[in-house]
Design a protein around this ligand. Structure first.
Ligand SMILES: [Zn+2]
Length: 226
């Protein structure tokens, strides 16, 4: 039987501990003398690095829309560096083609690929990159470390909220920017003069469907962030 790498997708809502897990997997592999690359799309910090909520960071290689991930690996080879594994954060923003490239790297050059990301956007629809990962990955692992809906059920959906209402339509690309904004808002104050205050709240499926932000929704909102 030929030796192949594994393509794995660990997914969950915002702030479920995915980035922390990504950094831990990188650490575990590196300790065994394996060499990896850490890739990221749209990191919340704005720098090409993985930033976890508990304060760990690691430098990463930024992946653009058009980046061919196979070429990134070949460049490492050309520089005399082997690559045993890849870690990809914010993998929902990969294009479907890029996910195919990851599968090719796993199959043809035996690289283990660990993808971390959010499965669904604020409409509860799969991101294209996440959908392709569900189709191709060898292993799918939900990550659910700490995020609960206000009712105590597992938080599964990132609801986009404005003026106390769950929004059902709009530009999905805003997800990246606004996640960044919300994450920053938890430690610093929001920028002034923002006309529409948009934030995200993780909800269980039932409360996402109902658009129910809970009896104390004001505490989860902008008020808490100031
Ligand atoms: Zn709920």
């Amino acid at each position: 039987m030929p030796v192949v790498g594994k393509l794995k997708f660990c997914y969950g809502p915002m702030d479920c501990g995915k980035s922390t897990l990504a950094l831990q997997i990188d650490h575990n592999h590196a300790r065994q003398g394996r060499r990896g690359m850490v890739l990221v799309r749209h990191d919340r910090s704005g720098e090409p690095q993985i930033t976890s909520r508990i304060g760990l960071t690691r430098k990463a290689t930024e992946v653009g829309n058009e980046t061919d991930l196979r070429l990134l690996v070949r460049e490492q080879w050309a520089a005399g560096r082997h690559v045993d594994y890849l870690i990809v954060d914010e993998a929902q923003f990969l294009s479907p083609d890029q996910v195919d490239q990851l599968a090719e790297l796993a199959d043809d050059v035996q690289i283990d690929v660990y993808c971390f990301g959010i499965a669904t956007d604020f409409r509860s629809m799969l991101f294209p990159g996440a959908a392709r990962l569900f189709e191709l990955a060898d292993e799918l692992q939900p990550v659910q470390v700490e995020v609960l809906c206000w009712c105590g059920q597992t938080g599964r959906f990132n609801a986009r909220v404005s003026d106390g209402e769950v929004l059902r339509a709009g530009d999905t690309v805003v997800v990246a920017d606004t996640e960044q904004m919300v994450v920053e808002s938890s430690s610093t104050s929001r920028s002034e003069g923002e006309p529409n205050t948009v934030r995200y709240q993780v909800l269980c499926r039932r409360h996402f469907r109902l658009g129910d932000l809970g009896p104390t929704s004001a505490q989860h909102g902008q008020l808490r962030l100031t």
